[in-house]
Design a protein around this ligand. Sequence first.
Ligand code: ADP
Ligand code: MG
Length: 310
Amino acid sequence: MTTTTAPAIRLRGLRKTYGSVVAVDDIDLEVATGEILGVLGPNGAGKSTMIDCIAGLARPDAGTVEVLGVDPARDRATAKRDLGVQLQQAGLQPKLRVSEALDLFASFYDDPRDPAELADRLGLTERLGHAWTALSGGQQQRLSIALALIGRPRIALLDELSTGLDPASRRDVWSLVREVREAGTTIVLVTHLMEEAQFLCDRLAVIERGRMIALDTPAGLVGSTAAPAVMRFAPSASVALDVLRSFDGVADVTSGDQTVQVVTDDDGVLAVLDHLAREGIRPHGLRITESSLDEAYLDVVRRESEGANR
Ligand code: ADP
Ligand code: MG
């Protein structure tokens, strides 16, 4: 019997090549049951290839994939029953109507969601009679999400979840994803939106050139940047910026419009405040904010590519 702590997905040394391209290069990853894992990374990094391997649609060249304890490429019946997959390419018959697609996919499962209710949640009710090829890009995207979730899968794989969706649709999708997770589904989603990653995901895997270069919570990823804080203030007298730059932990100092901005770690914050106090300079309107996930993500990818090019 499996325990509740057994990972839903386990990748060991996963490698997948296409000719001379190493799309996925030695990835180890475990996704806990009930977790929402976000996958981030530049175009061509290998995110979709990794999803295809987890879905059992691509066979690894090396390493192993276990989904709920089985190899999804070998045990297709189990994988189809337990996995809901939203792919970047939908691959439906062009003339299939939205309602037919929903009913067809619902028929594959023992206890599917109500197609009408799901269509309503995703704003597709008025499009039920249309061929799916007649839908806008965003509507096709919402249909593919509906098809991935209609079978109440134990694991949902959502590749570029909200790419192409307008902000209101995105909110609908986010609330649906959260609800699906509350009902016990484990979710792996690829996203380019840091706001989405922050809002939905328990952990984030950053993929770059086929390798996993970071795996952390959103807060952990922000905290792991070399300079996690941004200080802004209007000094009451002129500040020697070079002195601030010389402090340990200070990554960047800029000034303009009577405001000084310091990107730094916690030690640097203290050093700057200490310096100002000793010089009798008041930091008017002082604000210290956390670096954003955007900055942290870019920092991780930049450091990696600098390392690779060195
Ligand atoms: P991502 O989803 O992160 O944008 P992909 O996994 O789609 O990246 O692609 C990773 C790399 O593998 C890219 O260099 C891409 O061109 C290549 N690739 C992906 N699928 C195929 C395929 N079916 N045939 C050949 N090359 C592929
Ligand atoms: Mg992709």
